[in-house]
Design a protein around this ligand. Structure first.
Ligand SMILES: [Zn+2]
Length: 321
């Protein structure tokens, strides 16, 4: 299981059986969509619905009866799978849909990363990603005709006779890398982020590139550092909108940093002592607990045996950027 201390990464789909064979079962959807036991995960435009008002926020799951009046106005209905003993569908709804439930907030999931239970976060992220994909593929990219949903929302087909275009949910690979040199690691800061927040270097893989080339290019473009000895570590989904973060470690050949392409406002070398002191003095904010970037930093920080992130704040809901 990807993650640290047996806790999965944010948005990793632990505990969900996707029920993929059911996508091709002709009789199953009608019965299941009408069953009271079925649960629906509403996504309004591109925001998730969270039940607030208690100590621990939880996803709003509508039962079959609550969802019935909403099914007619749903822009898409997508089978997610079996979650906590219930078959779950994502329900893509317009922004003004009435959920008829109290204490519900519509939200982006970024501020909720550290406070939602991990499997609930994974379910909401999966629902959000599928609804986003439907909303952005309403028309065929080849001929412009409307598309129609098939296989319980996992395939979109062009409706124009003779076109034959079929669209599948797309995942965009992105690399994320902890670069080290001697006893220091390279972390960067983007201008829109929370002040004092530093994280690992990341960027999208381009067509025609292997992952190693992508790591080399992104680190060089963003920081002027040349890297070697790349080693894959782990991966994490990121549904804003459809990324898969592929985590690496790499070693630097040089140390003279220049933020070449403007993506980073600042990048620095941090020793373990710098990180420990920065956290203690409030001068450094690390990536969100349970994120792949946190894990990459934590693994390096602790491997010397001198330091531990210990109880680095694990429940604080960091601002979204
Ligand atoms: Zn078409």
């Amino acid at each position: 299981m990807p993650g640290h201390d047996d806790i999965p990464f944010v948005f990793a789909g632990a505990g969900l059986d996707r029920l993929a064979p059911r996508r091709d079962d002709p009789d199953w959807p009608r019965q299941t969509l009408a069953a009271a036991r079925t649960r629906f995960v509403p996504v309004l435009e591109e925001e998730n619905a969270i039940i607030t008002g208690s100590d621990a926020p939880a996803p709003l799951l509508l039962d079959g009866i609550q969802a019935r009046p909403l099914l007619a106005q749903a822009r898409c209905t997508v089978l997610l799978g079996s979650y906590a003993g219930h078959t779950c569908f994502a329900l893509g709804l317009p922004r003004d849909a009435s959920l008829s439930a109290g204490n519900v907030a519509l939200t982006n999931l970024r501020p909720q990363l550290a406070v939602l239970e991990y499997s609930a976060l994974a379910l909401l992220g999966y629902a959000r990603a599928m609804v986003h994909w439907h909303c952005h593929n309403r028309f065929c990219g080849k001929c412009g005709a409307p598309t129609r949903s098939h296989r319980l929302g996992h395939e979109l087909r062009c409706t124009r006779a003779g076109c034959g275009n079929v669209i599948y949910p797309r995942v965009n690979p992105a690399i994320i890398v902890l670069v080290t040199h001697g006893d220091r690691c390279l972390l960067g800061h983007q201008s829109g982020w929370l002040e004092k927040r530093y994280s690992t270097i990341a960027g999208f893989v381009e067509p025609g590139e292997d992952l190693e080339a992508s790591v080399r290019r992104e680190v060089l473009e963003e920081t002027n550092i040349r890297v070697t000895s790349m080693r894959y570590d782990s991966s994490q989904p990121w549904p804003y909108p459809a990324s898969l973060m592929l985590g690496f470690r790499a070693a630097a050949d040089n140390t003279d940093i220049h933020c070449n392409d403007g993506e980073l406002a600042d990048a620095r070398w941090f020793s373990r002592a710098d990180i420990a002191r920065g956290i203690q003095d409030g001068d450094l904010v690390l990536p969100t607990y349970r994120s792949i970037s946190y894990r990459l930093v934590q693994a390096w920080f602790e491997e010397s045996g001198e330091y531990s992130l210990g109880h680095y704040p694990q429940t604080k809901a960091f601002p979204s950027r």
